[in-house]
Design a protein around this ligand. Structure first.
Ligand SMILES: NC(=O)c1ccc[n+]([C@@H]2O[C@H](COP(=O)([O-])OP(=O)(O)OC[C@H]3O[C@@H](n4cnc5c(N)ncnc54)[C@H](OP(=O)(O)O)[C@@H]3O)[C@@H](O)[C@H]2O)c1
Length: 223
């Protein structure tokens, strides 16, 4: 797929110094206040925000622009079986919602979500075919810029498939440990460091207590 066939994708996440994006109990309120302002500004600059179903179930976030003035982007939930609960905040009427689903979704759940004004787009047999979905979001929905807000499993798939263009990570000065606590990118992982996805550091910025690192996808050689 050509890069122009999909929206430009920015992965944004808040992380502890030890690389966790949530505690072992799933608590993910990591960012300082100033960083939350930055995230809401970023949300106001994109056409859509994409998250995984486990993040919906864990955080029940509205995914709207509240801390700054701006339009709410379209919300996209990656949910192959249609598990998004009817009372999830992401389905409220503050912005349109798309459920990116797969052929595993039951007709009953598809109708339930559609009756709550969500649009259900099916790509993929067992998991969501992210590449096809992004092409639809660009071609049919006119989305040029998308914010990926995790979690770890979706971040891995998006990174592995080469669908992420930019990464912004806010590092909060705390360490929480926990072998089961989610990291920025989980999934299957690479066997060797040399197989890792190469990035180029574009910017560092102090935002309140946090440091925000901006990386672009790039062929930088490892030292
Ligand atoms: N600090 C932060 O910035 C931040 C941001 C976001 C999330 N979080 C935390 O991250 C945690 C959730 O992360 P998670 O890794 O458990 O789940 P996730 O990435 O939110 O969701 C993963 C789920 O998406 C569905 N999916 C469908 N197609 C997929 C595909 N092609 N690739 C990947 N996933 C696909 C799968 O469920 P189905 O098979 O059922 O469809 C999969 O289990 C929560 O604790 C949340 O608080 C933290």
């Amino acid at each position: 797929m050509k890069n122009s066939d999909k929206p430009y994708v920015i992965l944004n996440a808040a992380m502890t110094v030890d690389g966790k994006i949530a505690s072992k109990t799933g608590n993910s309120q990591i960012s300082c206040d100033r960083d939350l302002d930055r995230v809401h500004r970023l949300r106001s600059e994109v056409d859509g925000i994409m998250i995984g179903i486990e993040t919906v179930l864990a955080d029940d976030s509205e995914l709207t622009v509240r801390r700054v003035k701006g339009e709410n982007p379209i919300r996209i939930v990656i949910d192959s079986k249609g598990r998004t609960p009817s009372d999830a905040r992401v389905l409220d009427d503050s912005a349109p919602t798309i459920i990116g689903s797969s052929e595993l979704i039951k007709d009953r759940d598809k109708k339930r979500l559609q009756s709550l004004n969500a649009e259900v787009i099916i790509t993929g047999e067992e998991t969501v075919d992210l590449s096809s979905l992004l092409q639809i979001l660009k071609k049919e929905k006119g989305m040029n810029k998308l914010l990926l807000e995790g979690g770890s499993t979706l971040n891995w798939s998006m990174m592995k498939e080469g669908l992420v263009d930019e990464i912004r990570i806010a590092i909060h000065p705390t360490i929480i440990g926990g072998k089961d606590a989610k990291t920025l990118v989980d999934g299957e992982g690479m066997e060797k460091i040399r197989n890792g996805i190469k990035l180029s550091l574009m910017n560092t910025e102090k935002v309140g207590k946090d440091i925000v690192l901006t990386y672009e996808w790039g062929n930088q050689d490892n030292d």
